[in-house]
Every structure is written in C-alpha cells, then in structure tokens.
Design a protein around this ligand. Structure first.
Ligand code: NAD
Ligand code: TYD
Length: 344
C-alpha cells in the first residue's frame, strides 16, 4: 500500500488534492500534516477524515522531531505547506522565510534520510517574476519580486540542490493562479465574490489591468498527481490553463454573476511591487498527457455558485481574525482612493 504525505493538506489546494486522491480506487494511506495556521481549516476536509485511508497530524514542517515521527515509511511527499498570500508577505515576511524556505529544507533533509521515493514540491509561476510579452518556460530564470515569491524561489532552489547534490528524486510543479471551492477569502476571486454577496466594496489595486493566468483548482490537482506519477525526476513542470484575464474583467464578471451593484467596484492604491502579468507555457505538462477540463467562465460560474451555497464556511472565516487583517490591509488604502488620489 502506498503511503502518501500531503503537507498543507488543510489549505485550499491541498484539501482539494486530498479529496481527489480519496475518490480514486487505488489502495493508499494518506497522512495530512498541517500546522492549521489562519489559512488551514479542518472544515475543508469535512466528511473525508474517516481515520482509515487518511489520518491528520497537526504540526509544523519546520519541526525536525515531528518529521522523524511522520516520514519513516512514506513513499511520496507532496509539499503544499506554505505561507501563500503576497499582501501578508509585504506586511510581515518572516513567517514566509521560515515555512517556505526552512520548512522545505527540513522536509528535504528528512526525505533523504528516510529514502522517500518521490518528493513533489508545489511551487508557483510567481517565482519567474513579471513578463510583458510571451510566456515563461521552465528554462527561464527566476526573478521573484515579493517576499512570498522570493521565499518560494528559495525553496525551489533547495529542491534543485537536493536533486543535484544528493540525488533526491524530486520534481517541482509551478502553477499559475488557482481558484475554486475552499479558497481563503483573502485572495482576489473569493474576496470579490464574498464582498459582492455581502454588498461590500470590491477593492481593485491600481488600474486593475494586471493579468493572471487562471486555472481551476481541480485541473491543477490532476496535473500535480500526474507529475507525481509520471514526471521525470529533477524536472520542473509549469501548469497553466492559458486563461489570461485582467483583474478588472474578472471583477465585472463577478458583479454580473452575483447580481451585485457595480458601484461596489472601488479602485484603491496599488500593491507595492505588484507584478503586472504572469503567463505560462504549459507545453511540457501537456506532453505528459494533461489538459484542462475547465475554461475560465465554466470554472468561475461553478466557483460563484459554491460561495453562494457555502456562506457559513466563509462567513465564519471572515468574522474571525480576518476582520483585523482586512481593516489593516484595506482601511487606509480605500480611504486614500476616496480622496480621489488613486480612483480612476
Ligand atoms: P493555503 O494558504 O490555502 O494553504 C496553505 C496550508 O499550509 C494551510 O493549511 C496552512 O495551515 C498550512 N501551513 C502553513 N504553514 C505551515 C507549516 N509551517 N507547517 C505545516 N503546515 C503549514 O495555500 P494554497 O493556495 O492551498 O497553496 C498551496 C501551495 O500551492 C503553496 O505552496 C502555494 O505556494 C502553491 N501555489 C498556490 C497557488 C494559488 O493560486 N493558490 C498557485 C501556485 C502555487
Ligand atoms: P491574489 O489573489 O492575491 O494572487 P497573486 O497576487 O498571488 O497573484 O491577487 C490576484 C490579483 O488580484 C493581483 O493582481 C492582485 C489583485 N488584487 C486586487 O486587485 N484586490 C485585492 O483585494 C486582492 C486580494 C488582489
């Protein structure tokens, strides 16, 4: 029986990935290791923690002692655990360096020590930085611009070094922006959907013309699984759906799909170091046999519906410590735009 370790499995992508694995018939045992930071939520795994095929361990990937207990016997590690929100990394970057760099390093050491057959590092297109024209390929240099992407880059370089130096059978996936059910409402799409449903302002940074290449979370999960099974060790795989959209376009779609008032759209001061455009060449992952199942409009309709039908899930998050973060993050910037300095 395959023993699978999923770190960060109570977060957005990790929990979707665990559910996808559990729907498969193959015999397996999954260990979800998660620190349950503000972003981790056991409710993301409701109905799936049967204590048989999957077990939960609350803990930190920087803890060497804990990993010595968890990793022996594990066949494959999927490392989703990370601090992930760019805006939070601007407010405070230390936890990003600790978890994303040191946590990955600690996991790599233990993977080597216990001869884990495969290490899958879940990385991001943000390590490449911003691109004006064309698309990033796996061969492009990394030029991260935020403390988040710099920390993820550090992790990627360590994974590469462990493969080159120690022969650790590791692979890296770099996906574009994910969206879908169970994404924390601090991120752009769920924040805008839930604010629209609550009749609150939709805070657009800068001119709203920044571009991201959006992928529905289930499409990314299928690609990660494929890389875990068939990816070549030492390789990097970009995962992108070729769905480049400007933020303003998405905001307007969300207003349309939720029936919200268009006056909610509020331009606020820009994010410092805001990457203008991300775009990925996904030829390599396609050559493994992957293709997307969701166009952006199909995925967005499904996502809006999920947030409409699962108000309790996000209302609980938004009424907790998120409130303090939200007022710190947006209070001043929205006030600035109201004075007419940034509003377009
Ligand atoms: P998320 O913030 O929703 O979840 C992260 C999870 O990691 C949480 O459950 C959290 O509790 C856990 N965690 C944080 N620090 C930990 C630690 N020290 N030890 C153990 N667990 C810890 O993030 P997500 O959006 O699901 O992203 C998952 C991974 O995918 C991350 O590595 C991220 O960099 C990468 N990624 C995300 C996107 C995206 O659009 N969301 C795109 C590309 C890559
Ligand atoms: P985000 O979801 O934070 O992902 P990332 O910055 O990692 O790509 O943001 C996606 C885009 O949306 C990005 O260009 C910043 C923008 N954005 C806003 O305009 N307003 C917001 O309130 C947020 C959270 C993001």
């Amino acid at each position: 029986m395959r023993k699978i370790l999923v770190t960060g499995g109570a977060g957005f992508i990790g929990s979707n990935f665990v559910k996808m694995l559990l729907k498969r018939k193959s015999r397996k045992h999954i260990i979800v290791l998660d620190k349950l930071t503000y972003a981790g939520n056991m409710r993301n795994l409701d109905g799936f923690m049967d204590g048989k095929d999957v077990e939960f361990v609350k803990g930190d990937i920087t803890s060497s002692k804990l990993l010595d207990n968890v990793i022996p016997g594990v066949d494959i590690i999927y490392n989703f655990a990370a601090e992930t929100h760019v805006d939070r990394s601007i407010l405070e970057g230390g936890s990003f360096v600790k978890t994303d760099v040191m946590g990955t390093y600690t996991l790599l050491q233990k993977a080597l020590k216990y001869k884990v057959a495969r290490f899958v590092q879940i990385s991001t297109d943000e390590v490449y930085g911003s691109i004006k024209k064309g698309k990033f390929s796996e061969k492009d240099p990394i030029e991260p611009n935020s403390p988040y992407s710099a920390s993820k880059s550090g992790a990627d370089l360590l994974v590469r070094a462990f493969y080159k130096t120690h022969g650790l059978p590791a692979v890296i996936t770099r996906s574009s922006n994910n969206y879908g059910p169970f994404q924390h409402p601090e991120k752009f799409i769920p924040l805008f959907i839930t604010n629209a449903l609550e009749g609150k302002p939709l805070p657009i940074y800068g001119d709203g013309r920044n571009v991201r290449d959006w992928i529905y979370v289930e499409d990314n999960c299928r690609a990660i699984d494929l890389v875990g099974r068939r990816g070549k060790v030492g390789q990097i795989y970009n995962i992108g759906a070729n769905e480049e959209k400007e933020n303003l376009y998405i905001a307007k779609k969300i207003i349309k799909f939720t029936g919200a008032n268009k006056d909610l759209l509020t331009f606020i001061s820009d994010r410092p170091g805001h990457d203008r455009r991300y775009a990925l060449c996904a030829r390599k992952i396609k050559s493994l046999g992957w293709k997307k199942e969701y166009t952006f409009s199909k995925g967005l309709v499904k996502t809006v519906k999920w947030y409409q039908e699962n108000r309790e899930w996000w209302q609980e998050i938004k009424s907790g410590s998120f409130k303090k973060y939200y007022s710190k993050m947006y209070g001043r910037r929205i006030a600035v735009s109201r004075e007419g300095k940034v509003r377009k």
